[in-house]
Design a protein around this ligand. Structure first.
Ligand code: GLA
Length: 736
């Protein structure tokens, strides 16, 4: 008896020893995340930062031990996925109430493997509790060249009855630095992506949303961290992070008693206890991050390169230019007026005509935004030949055709959908729903599989009737205000927020499987769904409902920190702008919209002859330069938030450095506010570049037509003469 106990003990020792030597590296070309198994079999982060150089570097890394409850090593340290109820008294990564009611979990290392995946290496680490059959699989994919890592977790169990999860984070990362500066992005409708920097002090800072079905608005699901000093554009150690989850998210930044920072990106657990059945796998969203020692600019470029190649649907393709009728007709159009607009679109030179809201519903016709949502049949009085008639007209005009839908919504008591299926709407028993969008707009209960089929069916029917449909604008204009599902039983109401998005993912997967080449734009009252969790299914997003070119400079500046230009739709709207009443020159409006995926909201017949000629040339130049603008490397040259906020400037450079497009905007105009020559970045110092000013109105820049070396452009800069109010410049550089 004694012998066998000793034998078992010896075997355990061996496995503990083996595990204790286990080092797991998640590495890109420039970053190392290193984890080690402790003698007690727990997994600790021992390093996250600059790539290490020698094998001995890894040997010398140790887990920190802050409190040894039994005098032994490794009680509280940087446990990779800290649990609730164990020795870590700070915010946990995972917390569960087990089937027997116990709320404590201890995770021990079980195994790990690494395998190549598209563009990177995936590491999967399995952790297990010893008392409960409760398992967590940690996933990391490291994209070596792009220096991007994404991480997520899978939680499952085999307990006798459901386990309630009340914390379920994507990952957990630790940093050690003298100071931490967080730049988070606050936001609102028509005011997306506004940066704010604060120093993190001891305790917690939480950035989260509770809007249900949109991550952005109020707080954006992305942030920057500056180590030792606030994150800067071209120098210093920084980390950029974002969560791929378009619903409620929560970023927790906690500085502990010894000054270490833990970052916990997660679905917001607010009102979201998740009852996990035995055998079911709960998969968290991906947390995507990039670290750099050369500031935010490099980290952004890395994220953009990664996103285009591996995350955004058809991300390596450049995007179509388009004319959208929303800001020029609103709901007031018919088949004939649309046919005229399609001809105008062709005349303007854009690739596509996009029909926005207002084309559907018969019993409750969509005359304004108060009725008809959910009834996806063309309004006969407006469009007698339906959508097929419009697709035919577009073909005749020589442009592609795209259409707006908002399939996750319906009008409560103002749609046939409601008449037939009132139970398909999220609702609180006995309570009138919260009025949204000035009317009766309400959200469908996507947890219900019948609703999922309905939503897939909206796209399916359009594509079956009109196989040539090239583009869908998928909108989502309300938050989740009527929290209650007639489909989920009384014991699963707390799964609405999370279940909604798991269902949305399923719906989009079904659509993508059938229509891989259909271009789909994600929109949610503008930029409410600017999120990498949706970009595997969407090709681009509507950056903001705010099309005032001045405010767009700031919105696009913030959004571009994380998202590439070919995902950011930017449109030229009429003057004065319908939201700000500001009149901004057409040139400035084009120069701003041409920094993203260009579209036009104006009615072309409102252009003067001169303006039309200008717009036609601008569209032609944009289309010619589309590969550089949409797929090139972004260098932000002058921040609208620095140097008094007088001007902003950025440029895109092609991968071979042969072409670049530079943008500059005057934002404030006071006497004495001059803008010095702007120093270019990312060019080849040994080549010379021909300077060609685009969208010219009035005086040209003095360098127009000249040949200047990359070295001079980068060291001495290019004088862009931003002399007047709303002065702007767009310049093409071509290496000769
Ligand atoms: C939202 C979108 C707009 C437009 C309207 C239509 O507000 O963001 O671009 O499509 O809906 O109702």
């Amino acid at each position: 008896m004694k012998k066998s106990i000793m034998l078992i003990a010896a075997l355990c020792m061996t496995s503990v020893m083996t595990f204790a030597q286990k080092v797991i590296r998640v590495s890109t070309d420039k970053t190392d995340l290193v984890m080690k198994v402790s003698p007690k079999g727990r997994l600790y982060q021992v390093y996250l930062g600059d790539k290490l150089l020698n094998p001995s570097d890894y040997d010398n890394l140790k887990w920190d031990v802050y409190a040894a409850s039994d005098g032994a090593v490794c009680q509280r340290g940087h446990e990779v996925y800290a649990t609730s109820g164990a020795e870590d008294f700070f915010e946990p990564a995972v917390a569960a109430t087990h089937a027997d009611g116990n709320m404590t979990t201890y995770l021990y290392y079980k195994s790990s493997e690494q395998k190549p995946v598209d563009g990177g290496t995936e590491t999967v680490i399995t952790l297990q509790d010893k008392v409960y059959p409760f398992t967590v699989k940690l996933h990391y994919v490291a994209y070596a060249k792009e220096n991007v890592i994404k991480a997520w977790s899978e939680i499952s169990h085999n307990e006798k009855s459901p386990v309630t999860l009340w914390r379920y984070s994507s990952t957990m990362l630790y940093f050690k630095s003298s100071k931490y500066f967080l730049t988070n992005y606050h936001s609102d409708w028509a005011k997306e992506g506004q940066p704010e920097t604060t120093q993190l002090s001891t305790g917690k800072k939480i950035i989260d949303t509770k809007l249900g079905t949109r991550a952005a608005m109020q707080a954006e699901p992305f942030f920057e961290l500056g180590f030792d000093e606030p994150a800067k554009e071209n120098e210093g150690k920084v980390m950029l992070g974002t969560i791929g989850w378009p619903g409620n998210f929560r970023f927790t930044f906690e500085v502990d008693n010894v000054g270490a920072l833990r970052v916990i990106p997660a679905i917001n657990p607010y009102a979201s206890d998740y009852k996990l059945k035995a055998g079911e796998v709960f998969t968290t969203p991906e947390f995507i991050f990039a670290m750099s020692n050369n500031g935010m600019g490099e980290a952004s470029r890395n994220l953009h390169n990664w996103a285009r190649q591996y995350q955004v649907n058809m991300g390596m393709d450049d995007r179509l230019t388009l004319l959208n009728n929303w800001e020029n007709t609103g709901f007031d159009f018919n088949q004939q007026s649309l046919a005229e607009l399609m001809k105008d679109a062709k005349d303007l030179g854009v690739d596509m005509f996009l029909l926005d809201d207002g084309w559907f519903a018969n019993k409750y016709p969509r005359k304004d935004d108060h009725a008809g949502l959910g009834d996806w049949e063309a309004t006969k009085s407006k469009l007698p030949e339906g959508i097929p008639g419009l697709v035919r007209d577009a073909k005749k005009a020589g442009v592609k055709f795209g259409i707006w839908i908002e399939p996750e919504m319906g009008n409560w008591k103002a749609s046939e959908l409601y008449d037939k299926h009132p139970d398909w709407f999220l609702q609180n028993t006995g309570v009138e729903p919260v009025q949204q969008r000035g009317g009766t707009q309400a959200r469908l209960d996507l947890c219900n599989p019948k609703v999922q089929d309905f939503v897939v069916g909206v796209v399916d029917r359009l594509m079956t009737d009109c196989p040539e449909l090239a583009y869908i604008k998928w909108d989502d204009n309300a938050i989740t205000a009527n929290y209650g599902s007639t489909y989920l039983g009384s014991d699963r109401q707390s799964q609405i927020y999370t279940g909604y998005h798991l269902a949305l993912r399923k719906v989009l997967e079904r659509i993508r499987a059938k229509y891989p080449d259909l271009v789909i734009q994600g929109c949610a009252s503008g930029g409410g769904r600017v999120n990498y969790g949706l970009l595997p299914y969407f090709d681009e997003f509507w950056t903001s409902d705010n099309t005032d070119a001045l405010q767009r400079v700031y919105i696009q500046w913030g959004t571009s920190q994380f998202f590439p230009a070919n995902a950011m739709a930017a449109h030229v709207s009429a003057a004065p702008n319908h939201q700000t009443q500001r009149t901004i020159p057409l040139k400035f409006r084009f120069d701003v919209a041409e920094a993203g995926r260009l579209g036009i909201e104006m009615r072309p017949s409102d252009f003067t002859t001169k303006q039309l000629a200008f717009a036609q040339q601008a569209v032609e130049d944009y289309k010619r330069l589309r590969p550089v603008i949409q797929l090139g490397d972004l260098y932000r040259l002058l921040s609208p938030y620095e140097q008094g906020g007088v001007a902003a400037s950025h440029m895109y450079v092609s991968a071979d450095k042969g072409k670049a497009v530079v943008y500059a905007y005057k934002l404030k105009h006071f006497v004495g506010h001059t803008v010095p020559p702007i120093r270019m970045q990312g060019l080849d110092p040994n080549r010379s570049y021909r300077i060609k000013e685009l969208n010219k109105v009035g005086n040209s820049i003095t360098a127009d037509g000249k040949l200047i070396s990359g070295k001079v452009l980068m060291e001495a800069g290019l004088a862009l003469a931003l002399d007047n109010e709303y002065a702007s410049r767009m310049v093409e550089l071509t290496a000769e």
